[in-house]
Design a protein around this ligand. Structure first.
Ligand code: SF4
Length: 294
């Protein structure tokens, strides 16, 4: 099999096409359904993009927030709301790209339409900006958005992408911020690594690789993560966490579980998951427990 050269800010690894690469999303998929995990891992399985209103609104909002930090961090509103208008255009473009990608696999529920969905995403963005929920440039230095990282744990390759990385100008604390959208406010402790391995995965693999690549001493006391959660109704909440040893242990266990699953090919399906639906599973069309079972 061929090899590809991956370049991460001076961290270079050769990764064979046929090697299994552990991703945070993959470990999360395995928690949901072993078959989803298998479909994602297996090369050659036709993956058809499915989406629905919630996912498309979330994608559009996410694109605008990323653009906000990359281009309008100093002044997201702008003179005469010019910058906010540009961000609204980003939302429209990103949403319509979802429509294009999904084609007839865009699942609109009764009463939903694309115009109303785009308006909702724009209102969420306005709430984020005018509600003062973004991380202000005079307090937070943006280090980067959509930073992809690779690492090796023994023979295991790991990969991930963080939404954004900031550094507090007065305390020097590094913050990994992930942008989330949700139907309602997150319940208490939903940000816990017990529920979502995402942040610990970043701490286990991204932080050491990034520190090494950038000549920064690794000190977990200088790091935190946040989930910026925006609801479709425009309410915002920011959940904050700091690294603990059990978070890293949890990642190790999940990685081992994934390795055993791959080695022994124990891909247990989970059709009882509420994410086992045409809206939320890209493998619905090919899975024997998806479209074929209805
Ligand atoms: S359709 Fe359901 S059972 Fe099949 S891969 Fe998706 S989530 Fe798993």
């Amino acid at each position: 099999m061929g090899e590809s050269l991956i370049d991460l800010r001076d961290v270079r690894l050769r990764v064979s096409d046929d090697e299994w690469v552990a991703r945070q999303s993959g470990l999360g998929q395995l928690d949901i359904c072993g078959l989803r995990f298998q479909f994602d891992q297996d090369a050659g399985v036709a993956k058809q993009y499915h989406t629905g209103s919630a996912r498309a609104i979330g994608t559009a909002y996410h694109a605008a927030v990323e653009t906000l930090y990359n281009e309008y961090h100093e002044d997201p509103i702008g003179v005469g709301h010019e910058n906010l208008g540009a961000l609204a255009a980003v939302i429209d473009d990103a949403y319509m790209e979802e429509v294009r990608l999904a084609g007839d696999r865009f699942h609109l529920d009764e009463g939903e339409d694309h115009g109303t969905n785009r308006a909702k995403a724009r209102e969420m963005l306005v709430s984020y900006v005018e509600g003062g929920h973004y991380l202000p440039a005079d307090e937070w230095e943006l280090i980067g958005t959509e930073i992809t990282f690779w690492d090796e744990v023994g023979v295991q390759k790991v990969k991930g992408t963080i939404d954004s990385l900031f550094r507090n100008r007065s305390t020097g604390t590094y913050r990994i911020e992930d942008h989330k959208t949700a139907g309602r406010m997150w319940p208490k402790l939903k940000e816990s690594p017990r529920k979502n391995v995402q942040a610990p995965f970043y701490f286990a693999f991204f932080v050491p690789a990034w520190c090494e690549a950038n000549g920064v001493a690794l000190d977990y006391n200088q790091w935190e993560w946040t989930y910026g959660v925006m609801t479709y109704a425009g309410k915002f909440d920011r959940r904050i966490g700091t690294p603990r040893q059990w978070h890293l242990d949890l990642v190790t266990w999940k990685l081992q579980k994934a390795q055993m699953t791959v080695e022994q090919r124990l891909y247990w399906p989970n059709p009882s998951s509420n994410l086992c639906s045409a809206k939320y599973c890209d493998h619905w069309d090919v899975c024997p427990f998806g479209a074929a079972a209805t």
